[in-house]
Write a protein that binds this ligand. Structure first.
Ligand code: V0V
Ligand code: CO
Length: 147
């Protein structure tokens, strides 16, 4: 089950320059940033709406940290721009299985670690009419985050 758009992933050559563009043009601020070594990205999440409880929508600005990363390859072929759409789901495994049962390829056999400890998988763009599609399940809130 998909319940929302979690984020739009945007490939950029210079993360700080893109952050500054979104700040000065729209007033977006960085809600979270991190380096994901496995994915080869330095990224910033700009919250568009909602609250930081797994229900918000973001722009995800992505700068490559390795030449062999997916984002580096994308920038080389296509330049800067929209890289993927990410749908939010309460159960990434079930939602991935629902998609693969229709014949769409998932990129990973089991979910990998995404932003803020989320669990993510991707559906192949060639099976999704040209759209690289991410499925994301937010991390369960930890005890220390209860109010
Ligand atoms: C490639 N293609 C795309 C595409 N990337 N089409 C639409 N959107 C994209 N982003 C097309 C490309 O034009 C080719 O079409 C074909 O797919 C094969 O592309 P390629 O350049 O040869 O690239 P591959 O096959 O080496 O890699 C493509 C995939 C790769 C999608 C398999 O990018 C990948 O593994 N992506 C998943 C991981 C990822 O994207 N990580 C960065 C975000 P033609 O020319 O054959 O027609 S990390 C993230 O979002 C995180 C951490 C998070 O949200 O928490
Ligand atoms: Co993403």
């Amino acid at each position: 089950m998909i319940t929302r758009i979690d984020h739009i992933g945007i490939a950029c050559r210079d993360l700080d320059a893109s952050i500054e563009f979104y700040r000065k043009t729209y007033g977006f601020e960085v809600a979270h940033s991190e380096v994901n070594e496995e994915q080869g990205v330095r990224e910033a999440m700009l919250r568009v709406n909602g609250t930081d409880d797994g229900g918000a929508s973001y722009l995800q600005l992505l700068e490559p940290v390795r030449d062999d990363s997916a984002i580096a390859k994308y920038l080389e072929k296509h330049g800067e721009g929209i890289h993927h759409i990410a749908f939010g789901t309460p159960d990434v495994v079930a939602t991935t299985e629902a998609a693969t049962s229709t014949g769409v390829r998932a990129l990973y056999g089991t979910p990998r670690c995404g932003t803020s400890n989320s669990s993510i998988n991707f559906l192949h763009p060639k099976d999704c009419h040209g759209v690289l599609t991410e499925l994301v399940q937010a991390a369960a809130p930890s005890a220390s985050e209860h109010h």
